[in-house]
Design a protein around this ligand. Structure first.
Ligand code: MF3
Ligand code: CO
Length: 268
């Protein structure tokens, strides 16, 4: 044991690197918006993938999911009981479905990653509430993602928000958010449950993907035979919302939100 220079455990980004991450994040935001408005009964999920890939490539960016551990598409499309990592294909969206879209892009080697759940036509009040609570939980988590806090504060905020809204929703713990930067997935893990003040300290230079996955029933999940699609064991619907947040010297910036997170980080 000698005296050495303490190497940071987590990749810390320079302002210039954060600027590239913001560019990647805005490409993801644009792709998700184009997909969101295309969602309708009768649309095949592969059509959504084609839209997202065209937006990403049109911006001169690269789809990060395509080829990731062999993943065959540019987005994940997870319908109803599919929680995350659904593969786009011939499936036709139907009135009443809730479809979660996850998208990632790379600009000059720097990543953005975000997801949202979109109603198809008219959905039940129960499922609309599930999606709204998941989105609210995401923003509660993002508001806790600031320098001086700890990773456990994020999960604690997500869980507290969900429990304040509804005591029966399931919080998926088998999948977690993550550090992000020169790779899509980097340490630290960002769980959707946690203890305040516990876990690694959040410092300037970190970037985190916060992504609550919330279910109408039990939080237990399985992976389908395609080795990707994560589904609820009880077959009940799930919602998934995600953003990438950069912890800058001027405070947190949500790179994948068009407004940088201004509205969601400081609600009036
Ligand atoms: N974006 C997902 C996540 O939230 C990962 C997708 S894995 C892929 O971390 F293979 F589909 F790309
Ligand atoms: Co992610």
């Amino acid at each position: 044991m000698g005296i050495g220079i303490r190497k940071p455990k987590f990749e810390l980004k320079t302002p210039e690197q954060f600027a590239r991450m913001r560019e990647a994040g805005l490409v993801v935001a644009d792709a998700l918006e184009q997909v969101r408005v295309a969602v309708a009964p009768g649309v095949r999920t592969i059509e959504l993938d084609e839209i997202a890939e065209a937006v990403i490539r049109g911006a001169g960016a690269t789809p990060s999911f395509l080829g990731y551990h062999g993943y065959p598409a540019s987005i994940c499309v997870s319908v109803n009981s599919e929680v995350v990592h659904g593969i786009p294909g011939a499936r036709v969206l139907e009135d009443g479905d809730l479809v979660s879209i996850d998208c990632g892009a790379i600009v000059d080697g720097w990543h953005g990653d975000a997801a949202l759940s979109v109603p198809v036509g008219e959905i039940s009040a129960e499922v609309a509430d599930l999606s709204a609570v998941t989105e609210g939980a995401l923003w509660a988590g993002l508001r806790a993602a600031k320098a001086g806090n700890h990773i456990g504060d994020i999960g604690a905020a997500v869980k507290q928000y969900v429990r304040e809204q509804d005591h029966s929703f399931g919080i998926v713990v088998d999948y977690v958010g993550h550090g992000i930067g020169s790779s899509m997935h980097m340490p630290p893990n960002v769980p959707n449950i946690g203890n305040p003040g516990k876990g690694p300290e959040i410092v300037v230079g970190m970037a985190l993907a916060v992504e609550p996955m919330i279910t109408l029933g039990s939080a237990e999940v399985d992976v389908l035979a395609d080795d990707w699609t994560v589904v609820t064991q009880d077959g009940r619907p799930a919602a998934h919302w995600e953003h990438t947040v950069a912890i800058t010297a001027n405070g947190p910036v949500v790179t994948t939100a068009a407004d940088g997170g201004l509205a969601g980080l400081s609600p009036v």
